[in-house]
Ligand binder design. Structure first.
Ligand code: AHM
Ligand code: MG
Length: 333
């Protein structure tokens, strides 16, 4: 069987006129950084990489050693290539400028270097999420303002999943394509073309320990699912919660379902739990490209106008019919 590498896939996308050489090279670098993070993640305790780094990130959360390492890998890998005007990371407070000794380019790169990091020390899947925007052509030097574009403006988005195998999942606005890392060869091999979220679903993902803090429409929706056959849905639903968004979304992309980190009383003061620019937007683009939907309950995630880099939003995404049902419950409330 002929094996197609990520490199070959990207060159073919460029030839087909779906992206520029600059974007292709940028995505190559992001994928290479994902391999480097994968190597570190998989070493675990052998490399002394588990546990806290002893520092807090911009959101005041304790950083794990691997959070810091993954962030450094991504920043360093992407600084010198000449494709970027600037970067923004969940782990860094302000815009990361390209050092003066390197050329700059026309794209902005955003990432959550290690998502689900509470899972690192217990050897459960974690991931890296990224999003690519265009640098507004009218601006000379990137500022936080340059990044304030709604998610529908993304030119590419994706994630790396560090699970039993390492995967790289990507969209450039023409479907969702997944690659599996061949560790011996050191290349990502094209394994799942055009991932499509199945319409029919019997699975939901939500941190149910927050049930008493949820808003009424979410309580109603989950309550109906939990009634199973006896309730208004007339069928039994199953629940899964990895607490690594990348792993949970990957399952939704693979076999359907709905993933929710909705607004609740605990996170209301900050607007939600998950970050719009590093988590919600890239995942929403992937899910829509796979035929699903992504909403805050009140609006389409990709239409949310950001007003700060580390903004948070409620997230409800997955199989279209389920997301629309939650939206309806919000409208009715
Ligand atoms: P992180 O970026 O600090 O790792 O937080 C994001 C993670 C998501 O991956 C996951 O869906 C969620 O937080 C889990 O939250 P909780 O521990 O409240 O269930
Ligand atoms: Mg994180």
């Amino acid at each position: 069987m002929r094996r197609v590498t990520l490199t070959q896939f990207l060159i073919e996308q460029q030839r087909a006129g779906r992206m520029t050489a600059d974007l292709r090279l940028l995505l190559e670098v992001v994928a290479r950084a994902a391999k480097a993070i994968s190597v570190n993640v998989s070493k675990g305790a052998l490399a002394g990489l588990l546990g806290e780094a002893g520092t807090d990130n911009v959101q005041g959360e304790a950083q794990k050693k691997l959070d810091v390492i993954a962030n450094e890998i991504l920043l360093q890998a992407n600084e010198w290539g000449g494709h970027l005007a600037a970067m923004a990371s969940e782990e860094v407070e302000t815009v990361h400028q390209i050092p003066f000794d390197y050329p700059t380019g026309g794209f902005l790169l955003l990432f959550d270097p290690l998502d689900g990091s509470s899972n690192i020390d217990v050897n459960i899947s974690v991931g890296m999420i990224f999003s690519v925007l265009r640098m507004p052509p009218s601006e000379q030097r990137a500022t936080e303002e340059s990044f304030m574009q709604p998610g529908r403006e993304q030119v590419a988005a994706g994630y790396a999943l560090f699970g039993p195998s390492t995967m790289f999942v990507l969209t450039i606005g023409h479907g969702v394509h997944a690659f599996t890392l061949d560790r011996e060869m050191g290349s990502f091999i094209y394994t799942q073309p055009f991932m499509t979220i199945p319409e029919e679903t019997r699975e939901f993902a939500i941190n149910a320990s927050n049930a008493r803090f949820w808003e009424k429409p979410v309580q109603r929706y989950i309550d109906e699912l939990q009634q199973g056959k006896a309730g208004p849905r007339g069928v039994d639903f199953n629940m899964r919660w990895v607490a690594s968004m990348v792993a949970d979304v990957h399952r939704v992309l693979t076999r359907g379902g709905i993933f929710m980190y909705p607004m609740d009383e605990k996170c209301r003061h900050q607007g939600g739990k998950l970050r719009l620019m590093y988590e919600a937007n890239p995942m929403a683009m992937l899910v829509e490209q796979a035929g699903g939907a992504a909403s805050t309950g009140r609006e389409r995630i990709l239409d949310v106008q950001p007003h700060k880099l580390h903004q948070r939003v409620p997230v409800i995404l997955g199989s279209r019919a389920e997301v629309e049902r939650v939206n309806d419950y919000y409208r009715e409330a």
